[in-house]
Design a protein around this ligand. Structure first.
Ligand code: FRU
Length: 515
């Protein structure tokens, strides 16, 4: 847990002298209108947030819990913050759901609806919501013990409003593994049991249970597979059907920090089969596939119990390389927009593709459409668009030649999103995007391979006040990046540096704030 080492040092200081942090107090009148505050993305009203946790759909509500430290805008003793949404776009902030206790902090984990009351905590008529999270005992860690992370259970009988911790916690003990956390679990129909996956340093471990309380270990996966530039964290295991085929596969999502394709935190995945006991990967050990190549999509997993069995993914839109020093006040971090995951066969190999949650379209206010644009050198679209692109959705299709979309402001600050045809790579350039000097990591090159092999490039791009999410080639290549301009990036230009480029279609929608 490389990033946790400095962070724990900090939390230790906090424990020792009560407060070394300046507690930032939110001015309620300014909430959600502060500079850099995302207007389309979920963020906590104030203070620190990291991973999304316990995402479960229940009785018409999407519950989002999240790693939260309510006393400071940097990481500290973790709680589970709570919010709900009916459409995954607009959110209601609710009171904190889980507090640290004498046994430690409340780290990441999952939640399910225990439909058949297999745990016995509810009744058949009122099935319980069950959360299983990692309890992290920082005191034990300080003493040099290895088994400071265990998996604990809490249940709710009132639709997630209040939670009771199970008296016989932990439900999964630790046999001496230093990093042993972030359980995610689901009912596996074929083998008639609950399956839980967690991250154990450099591999995943699978467990099985009939009642969610007593778990036995089934198998390990991953020691020699994929990327190992950092610690494995926040896994997810989900079945997916290949687009246009009857083939069903299992996808193992595994977050890693550091060691991402553009430095720091990122999300890799493996395609394979799961038989209720073990995960067998289809690809060669050396293959690494990334769900999002951008620097700012981490710790993402999918919603449990989503309507129509959709695989809806939600990530934390930051990176441990600089998450604690980004220039936002009085909160830190937002989440990505929800994305639906699909599995596509591309040149013989299976690839996860991400599609922006269609609920985003409900925020459309104004729309401007362009067709068959031929661009020589550059085209300034700002006047024609007629509204600022600060909060906007761009969709279209463009020739696979060199191009860049440049979002800018009157201070000369900009973010470029483009394609380098020779290298067959997409890029985001945020080097001159405004406030950047809080971290050298922040101004590094951001590149991603084109995975689709030919044809025009289709794109979906969501621009918010301080982020851009770019989904290319029907979501085969995705990049997410945050930025902090001193003035909104409200103008848009398209550049064609190496000759004429054709933009077959381009629709730009102005989106309204979710708050
Ligand atoms: C990932 C992570 C998890 C852990 C949590 C602690 O960002 O390190 O592994 O449970 O954050 O806040």
């Amino acid at each position: 847990m490389k990033h946790i080492i400095p962070i724990l040092a900090l939390s230790a200081i906090c424990f020792a002298c009560k407060k070394t942090e300046t507690v930032v107090v939110a001015d309620k009148t300014k909430r959600f209108s502060e500079i850099h505050r995302p207007q389309l993305h979920f963020s906590p009203p104030q203070m620190w947030m990291n991973d999304p946790n316990g995402m479960v759909y229940h009785k018409g509500e999407y519950h989002l819990f999240y790693q939260h430290y309510p006393d400071s805008a940097v990481w500290g003793p973790m709680h589970w913050g709570h919010a709900t949404s009916k459409d995954l776009i607009h959110w209601d902030h609710l009171p904190i759901a889980l507090f640290p206790d004498s046994l430690g902090m409340i780290f990441s984990g999952g939640a399910v609806v225990d439909e058949k009351n297999s745990s016995g905590f509810g009744t058949a008529a009122n099935p319980p919501l069950i959360a299983i999270y990692t309890r992290h005992d920082a005191e034990m860690e300080k003493k040099g013990k290895n088994d400071y992370e265990t998996q604990c259970l809490a249940y709710s009988l009132d639709d997630g409003r209040t939670w009771t911790k199970y008296a016989d916690n932990p439900v999964i003990k630790n046999a001496g593994q230093r990093d042993f956390r972030d359980p995610k679990f689901f009912w596996h129909e074929e083998s008639g049991k609950w399956i839980l996956v967690l991250a154990a340093g450099d591999h995943a471990e699978f467990f099985g249970s009939k009642d969610l309380k007593s778990w036995n270990k089934l198998s390990d996966f991953g020691m020699e597979y994929g990327a190992h530039g950092g610690v494995w964290e926040c896994p997810d295991l989900l079945p997916m059907t290949v687009d246009g085929e009857n083939t069903r596969k299992w996808i193992l999502i595994m977050n890693i920090n550091p060691g991402g394709p553009n430095g720091g935190s990122a999300t890799q995945y493996f395609v394979g089969d799961f038989d209720g006991e073990k995960f067998v990967c289809d690809t060669d050990k050396s293959v690494t596939s990334w769900l999002d190549y951008g620097p700012d999509d981490y710790a993402g997993v999918t919603w449990s119990n989503a309507p129509d069995k959709k695989n809806i993914f939600f990530g934390w839109m930051s990176n441990w390389a600089y998450a604690q020093v980004v220039p936002t006040h009085p909160w830190r971090s937002a989440n990505t927009l929800p994305r639906e995951l699909f599995l596509a066969r591309v040149n013989g190999s299976l690839r996860v593709r991400s599609v922006l949650w269609d609920g985003v379209e409900s925020l459309n206010q104004n729309k401007k459409q362009f067709a068959n644009l031929s661009i020589q050198d550059s085209l300034d679209l700002s006047g024609d668009i007629g509204f600022p692109t600060t909060k906007s959705l761009l969709k279209g299709e463009i020739e696979a030649k060199d191009f860049s979309f440049v979002l800018s402001n009157s201070k000369g600050q900009n973010v470029k999103v483009g394609f380098n045809a020779k290298a067959n790579q997409f890029f985001i350039d945020r080097k001159r995007s405004g406030k950047t000097n809080f971290s050298a990591e922040f101004v590094k090159d951001i590149i991603a391979p084109r995975i689709a092999s030919n044809g025009n490039i289709s794109f979906t791009m969501v621009v918010d006040v301080s982020s851009v999410e770019v989904l290319l080639d029907d979501g085969l290549t995705v990049l997410t990046a945050v930025f902090f301009p001193e003035e909104d990036l409200s103008q848009l230009k398209i550049y064609s540096p190496t000759g004429v480029i054709k933009v077959d279609s381009l629709t730009i929608s102005q989106l309204s704030s979710i708050w």
